[in-house]
Design a binder for this molecule. Structure first.
Ligand code: NDP
Length: 256
């Protein structure tokens, strides 16, 4: 591992890392040397994920803390627990997210609120708590997991499109307020990645062939495709990158 990308001694929290993309990002950060804290809301699944990952690393490198990222008190308690029990939080990946597919005319406002709070408000809540600890230390990296839906709009996922567009701009707003205090806030916008969230789309033959045709790389992304960009943004190698969102989408957003 080149020193530029070495995360040894850094504490990283990845929200929504009991499975899927978050789990792969946490593993990538741990592979680069970071001490990682996994998060989710289902405690049994989270503990199983932590034990599975911890088996591959020296003792003390993989932790877990269950908390709901949509709740301000839980977010504050989660970050405070990490500071007290693991170490100073230096890397935060705001990854937790949910999806809800319903045409807008049939969309219940409670489902709208659930997606907005999980996919957008959570980044404000956990990001604000992390920043309260990072700013006095004059350093910290925050990575917001956006989506190609920050720039594109598929029908039937309106709250998701609105939340991810908001998250890209929140990345800029955080930069405007916190970059002068030594924090770097950037986004990663994944294309279509094969996880539990997208399993029904992978299984849908028509959608699957649309994705392959619409993606210049002619394949679905894998969770492993996202680890390298996350390690780069978490490392000293990206020290003058501020407020950007990196599209990791096989070229989907550059072609019509
Ligand atoms: P998954 O559905 O596989 O995993 C979602 C994760 O979020 C789980 O760990 C889940 O925890 C956690 N989570 C959900 N709600 C909360 C909450 N309130 N508090 C804490 N944790 C929560 O999703 P993906 O891995 O596919 O997606 C991860 C992120 O990447 C999301 O933000 C998604 O929008 C984004 N993304 C995904 C793409 C894809 O194609 N898959 C493409 C572009 C972006 P638990 O296990 O406890 O339920």
């Amino acid at each position: 591992m080149s020193g530029l990308f070495d995360l040894s001694g850094r504490v990283a929290l990845v929200t929504g890392s009991s499975r899927g993309i978050g789990n792969a990002l946490a593993r990538g950060l741990a592979d680069a040397g970071a001490t990682v804290v996994l998060n989710g809301i289902n405690p049994e699944r989270l503990e199983a994920s932590r034990d599975a990952m911890a088996a591959g690393f020296p003792a003390g490198r993989v932790h877990s803390r269950a908390f709901d990222v949509t709740d301000a008190v839980s977010a504050a308690e989660g970050v405070a627990w990490i500071e007290a029990n693991v170490g100073p939080l230096e890397i935060l990946v705001n990854n937790a997210g949910v999806q809800h597919r319903v045409p807008m005319l049939d969309l219940d406002v409670r489902d709208w609120d659930r997606v907005i709070s999980t996919d957008l408000t959570s980044a404000f809540l956990v990001g604000r708590e992390a920043a309260r600890h990072m700013i006095p230390r004059g350093r910290g990296k925050i990575i917001n997991i956006c989506s190609v839906q920050t720039d594109l709009a598929r029908p039937t996922i309106a709250p998701y499109v609105a939340a991810k567009g908001g998250l890209r701009n929140l990345t800029r707003a955080m930069t405007a307020e916190w970059a002068a205090s030594g924090l770097q806030i950037n986004g990663i916008a994944p294309g279509y990645i094969h996880t539990e969230m997208t399993q029904n789309l992978v299984d849908d033959e028509a959608f699957n062939s649309w994705i392959l045709g619409r993606t210049p790389a002619h394949r679905w992304g894998t969770v492993a495709d996202l680890a390298g960009p996350a390690v780069w943004l978490a490392s000293e190698a990206s020290n003058f990158v501020n407020g950007q969102t990196i599209f990791v989408d096989g070229g989907m957003t550059v072609v019509v």
